[in-house]
Write a new protein. Sequence first.
Length: 304
Amino acid sequence: MSDTLSRAKKLFDLGAHLGHRKNRLHPRARKYVFQIVDGVSIIDLEKTIGQIDTAKAFLKQAGAEDKSLLFCATKKNIAAHTMKLAGEVGAHFITTKWLPGLFTNFDTIAKNVKKLRTLREQKLTGEWGKFVKHEQVALEKEMRKLERLYSGIVTMNKTPDVVLIVDTKREKNAVTESNKIKIPSIAIVDTNCNPDEVTYPIVLNDDTPGALEAVLTEVASVYKRIPKVVVTRPETISEHMVAEGVKPAPKAPEKAVEAKPVKAEKVEAPKAPAKKVVVEAPAKKALVKKAAAKKASTTKKKAK
């Protein structure tokens, strides 16, 4: 017996093959029905096994990419098991009542979540002791109400990356909101619902706790969220590196920049004014002296 047939037989023994009556069969779910016996639709479990494997592959990849997961299962016959699974794989969960606007109006929901955190912290630190008894009772009552609605998403700081839904007819608001903001969804869908409304449908009987537990456990078992590694710059020395004795990578030596010589501008000194030099020729001087002497002698003779 092949693996697919053996898995299908286990689901068959759990009653996963029993769908709704023919008059409640959704036209889009007809392709997943093997046949109708005595007016009851019998689900093709071989196709269901293929859907389970597809959902597992997607959820495994989502965990490897550090994507958050939210379980939405408010049916009483599966709520406790869902809470247990969510705690084991580190996912968020809604098991009491779907909160309108959880995806489309997350900011308002986040305020109530923050209030729950504050009340928890105040109670642990003993701040309630300053209030009188009836005020403490009122605070306790308010905290219990918030715990019932928000305890499964108290660590959810943003809308989830993937949502896993049980019974799309009951959780129609979750389906509508996830489609509106384009959150991928994995959902267990019965034959009275439209499987095309969700990204990864798994068609089986959603009224049998044994079948639901088996499929949810198998699908959730592959989800292991791997935190993203933050790569630090080489020059940054973290506390972890110091503790481990890891030396940072040496910096590359910086190239020295040679200063280019600056050309000095030529500054011309001011020219001194040229002095006029009168040079008399020696011959001319001699003639002047001779003429002066001759004139003096002539004057002497006349005087005698």
